[in-house]
Design a protein around this ligand. Sequence first.
Ligand SMILES: [Zn+2]
Ligand SMILES: [Zn+2]
Length: 240
Amino acid sequence: MKAVCWMGKEKMSVESVPDPKILNPRDAIIRVTSTCICGSDLHLYDGYIPTMKQGDILGHEFMGEVVELGSRINPEKLKVGDRVVVPFTIACGRCFFCQNQLWSCCDNTNPNAWVAEKMMGFSPSGLFGYTHMLGGYAGGQAQYARVPFADVGPLKIPAGIPDEKVVFLSDIFPTGYMGAVNCELRYTKRRHRLHLGLRPRGSVRNTKRLPARSGKSYRDRSSSRTLAYGQRCRRGDNRF
Ligand SMILES: [Zn+2]
Ligand SMILES: [Zn+2]
């Protein structure tokens, strides 16, 4: 199959790679129908986030059709032919964190948690296409992807809804939504909007809870600081 691969700092290319295979009984293979490039992928592109290896398949925002299932997937949960959006976090569904719906903290899906703990203090769950420190899983900027614990994360999409309307459920929309919930943003009659963070995350966070067309727009100062930081990173200066 063809896949977008990380070939070194600032080097990405479409390569021919082996098709993914079912490795564990709760895996699924997805034929990818839509996939996105996330702002977070820029950190891999410019080398800001380490532990990528040459040939790693990128992409953590994708959706598609189930073409193969492992032997322990309950057909009531997922069947061949189902259309699914795949969340970027890989969750086992059984650990303490998953039982409390803290999927991104899953304790069982990052085999390299110790590296992430060393780098960041704590380890999140394993993530698709996002470094060996976060599991080394092949991503979804490819024709096919292996999805571990496919009876937990993937979200079934009814026929008739186009990919473009739902693919953002893989990452950017819930990320923005969680930001809005955590900040207790509520709809008000005063048509003001506040952008926190860079687009599109700031915009998604905004549009979920506040009016789509607003009279005034505010941009917080941290956005321009973050932007300047990003520009410095691209020049090789990572100091905040
Ligand atoms: Zn993302
Ligand atoms: Zn878990």
